[in-house]
Ligand binder design. Sequence first.
Ligand code: T1G
Length: 686
Amino acid sequence: MSITMKADGLTGFVTLDNPPVNAIGKAMREGLMEAVKWAERENFDRVIVTGAGRAFAAGADAREFDGAALEPFLPDVCDAIERSFVPWVAAINGVALGGGAEIALACRMRIAGPKAQIGLPEVTLGVIPGAGGTQRAMRLCGLESALEMIAFGRPLRATEALKAGLIHAVEVDPVDAADMVNTEELQCVVPTWELPPPDHDEAAFTAIREKLAKRSPGQVAPLRAVEVVEQGLTLDFAEAMALERATFLELKQGDQSRALRHMFFAERAAKPPKDLPSAPELTEVAVVGGGTMGAGIAYACLSLGLPVTLLETDADGVERAEANVGKLIGDGVARGRLSEDGEEALRARLTATTDYAKAANAPLAIEAAFEDMEVKKAIFAQLDAALSPDAILATNTSYLDVDEIAAGTRDPSRVLGLHFFAPAHIMRLLEIVKGAQSSPKALATGYALGKLLKKVPVVAGVCDGFIGNRIYSRYREAADTVFMDGSTPWEVDEAMVNFGYAMGPYEVADLSGLDIGYAARRRQDATRDPNRRYIPLADRMYELGKLGKKVGAGWYRYPGGGGKVEDPIVADLALEEAHFAGIERTEYDEAQIVERLTLAMINEATDVLAEGIAQSAADIDLVTVFGYGFPRWRGGLMHYADTLGVPQIVERITALQAEDPVAWKLSPVLADCAERGLSLAEWSPV
Ligand code: T1G
C-alpha cells in the first residue's frame, strides 16, 4: 500500500495509505511522484493530500535506513510537489512527523485537524531532517521555533503550529476546509522555497547550542542540524538542500543513528508473545503496601482510570498510604497533569483500607511491601485467601525469589513478579519476572498492565536481581574497585556522565540511599564467592552513617541548597582501606574507568543471557536504557558492546584477568560468540 488518488471535479485527492501510520517508503514516494504528474495531466486547480487512518504520515520508513537510499528520494518528491503548477494543500489529519511534516511543508498550504501534530523528530533517530525540513521550517515559522523543533524533535500541536506560522488554519475537517479554499487565494500563496530565509540571529544559535549542551550532551545529530540551518541562511536553496541531504546520509550510517533506530524498534518489539492467552480484563487492581513504590504503582493505575484498593496493615499505615498517594496527586495537579475534576475522580477511585475483603474482586494484586521474605509470604497468604482463585498475584520485589513466594500459595501458577522502578508512575521499565510455575495467563496479565501503564515490558527469569539489578550490581562493584584502587567517586561519576549517563553511580547511590546497597550486600553474604575480591568501602560509609542525600552526606556532602560537594573524608577512606589492604593505588584515566565499568556490566549481562534470565540482547538494552539510564544514543548495553565488537571485548577482559581472574572471568557467551564469529545480538544457544 502507498497512496490512493481520486479526482473530484478540478480537485485531485491523494491519500497516504500505508497502515498503521503511513510510514513513507519507496512505494509511497513513487506514488507521490506519479500523483504530481497525474494532477498536471488533469490540470487540476489543486491537490489535497491527507493520511489514511490516525496519522498523516509518521515520516520516512526508518526500516529503509540500513540500506542505500532508494529513488525517488524524498527531497525530490517534496521539490516536485512544491514546484508543480498545480498547488497542493496538506490536510493534516493526524501526526505529520519527519518526512510527513516535510511533505506538508512543501505543500502550498497546510490545514490541520484539531488533534494533528507536526514535528521534525529526526534527531531522536540520530539523523537530521533530510527532505527540506531544515530549510523550509525556518522560512515559515522563523529561526527560533524552527531550531527548537529540529534540535529537540518535539512535535507541535495544531494550535502551536498555527501560532508559529507553520500552518494556515486549524479546522475540524481539514480535507473539507482544503476543498473550500479560494482558488485565486491558493494560487497567490508563495511556494515555501521562494520565501526568504530569516536573518541570522547569533543569540538564537548561541541559545540553542547552550540548551543542547545541557539536554543532549554527546549527541551529534542535533548539533549538525543546527549547523545545517545556520549555513542554509546564506546558501541558495538548492545548495542548502544538498548540504542537508549529505548530512542526513552521513548521519544515518553513523553509530548513533544505528543505536537510536535499534532502540526505536526494540521498544516496539517489546510486546507479548503471540501464543499468550488474552489477559483478564483489568477492571480494578489491588496494591499491597502504600509506601513509595506501592503509592507510585497505585497512582499510576489510578491515573489511567483503574480503581485501586490499597491495602495496609493498620490504620496508621492506611493514613500514610493515603498521604503518599495524595502527595503524588498534588504533584500531578501542580504540574498541570491533573484537572480539578480529574483529581476528584482519581481520589474517588482509591480505597485505602486494612480489609482485604475489599479487594475480593480484583483480577490482579500487586504486593509492594517491605523487602522481607516472611512479610511477603504472609501477605500472599492473605491475598490467597481473600481474592478469587483466578486472580493473579504479583510481587514488586526487586530481588527476592519469586518462586519461594509462589510456593507459599495454593496455586503458584498465578504468581509472578512485576518489578517497577522508582518512581513507579514515571519510569517506563517493567520487569515481568516469570516464576518457574507462572502461567501464561499470569504473564499475559503482566503484559496487559504494562500496556495500560505505557511501560516497556521485559520478561526476566528468577535470579538475584533479575536482569537489571544483577547487571547494575557489577557496575557498582566495578566502580568501588576503581575507587579502591585509584580514583575518587567524583572521577568515576564524571567519567560515566561524559560517557552519556545523566548521573554517575555515586550520585545515584546517594539519591537512592546507601542503606539499600548495604542490605543487598548483607543478603548476598551467605552466597558470595569467597574467592571474589570484596570492596569494603560502601560498608564503611554505612557504618559512618553516610547514607546519602537523605541524611545530608553520602559519597558527596549536601550542605543544603540542592548542590553536592566532594568530601575529602570519603576520598581518604579509600586511601586508608587501600593502605590496610597493601594496595598500590593507580591513577585511572577516564577511558580506563569507562572500560572497567562497561565491560563488567557486559560480562555479567552475557551471563544473564547465557542463563536465559533475559530472552535476548535487545531485552537487556531495553532494561539498561529504560531502567538504569544507559545512554539511549548508544543503543543500550549490548548494542554498545556490539559496536565495540566481541573480539575486542574478549581481548580486553582477558587482559584484565591479570588484575583479578575471578572478577574478570570471561562469560561463556562472549567466548562462544568469539568462537562462532557472532555478535551478541546474533547469539542464541546452539
Ligand atoms: N518507520 C518505520 N516504521 C515506523 C515508523 C517509521 N518512521 N513510525 C512508526 N513505525 C511503526 C512502528 O515500528 C510500529 O510497528 C507501528 O509503526 C506503530 O508505531 C527524510 C529521515 C508515529 C507517533 O521519528 O513516533 O522522516 O510494532 O507503535 O505509539 O527527514 O510511531 O506495529 O510493527 O510507535 O501510535 C521520522 C517515528 C523518521 C516518527 C505513532 N519520524 N514514529 O506512535 O505507534 S525519519 C519519526 C513515531 C524521517 C526525513 C527523515 C510513532 C508515531 P509495529 P507505534 P504509536
